[in-house]
Design a protein. Structure first.
Length: 170
């Protein structure tokens, strides 16, 4: 069965970087970055753009999950605001279309100081960093999914932990 590795976590925690490492380390793997699916200027979260973004994510996930050359799809996404509901609807839609996959959700976290440092290194301005810390930093604490604290880990170590986590379930 296809495997969908979903990496969630606060803004700037390292979801994209980790996903890129996973693609390099796991053969027959594709990556869908939700950021790409909503890259527009200006980005406004309206009903029309939500539907467009959802369709973009759906189409990429659908195509990769159906591709016979792909065994694993890595998907990075943030659940704050309305995004968790969008994600849940997206997974339901894929399953209702007969797409079979095993979903492995992993929360990526780090301490506040490190999260701010990573956001700064990512080129985010002070306003965006403050908004991200307010809206996303503690948001994932209430979820009971496997969590990796990446504060003192490099990308290779985080990736190895994810591979170990997904291998244990097989």
């Amino acid at each position: 069965m296809k495997r969908l590795i979903v990496i969630v976590g606060p803004n700037a925690v390292g979801k994209t970087t980790t996903a890129k490492y996973l693609v390099e380390m796991l053969s027959k793997t594709a990556y869908v970055d939700s950021d790409w699916c909503r890259c527009m200027n200006p980005f406004q979260f309206s009903e029309i753009t939500k539907q467009t973004v959802t369709n973009n994510m759906h189409d990429l996930l659908y195509n990769y999950l159906l591709c016979t050359e792909i065994e694993t799809v890595v998907f990075t996404y943030s659940w704050h605001g309305e995004r968790k509901e969008i994600y849940d609807n997206l997974m339901c839609r894929l399953r209702n279309e007969g797409i079979q996959f095993e979903e492995k959700i992993i929360v990526l976290k780090c301490n506040e100081e490190e999260n701010i440092k990573r956001a700064e290194m990512d080129g985010r301005n002070c306003t965006r960093i403050q908004r991200g810390m307010k809206n996303t930093f503690s948001f994932y604490d209430s979820y009971d999914y496997p969590t990796i604290d990446s504060t003192k880990l490099n990308c290779n170590e985080v990736t190895n932990q994810i591979i170990e986590m997904i291998s244990q379930g097989e």
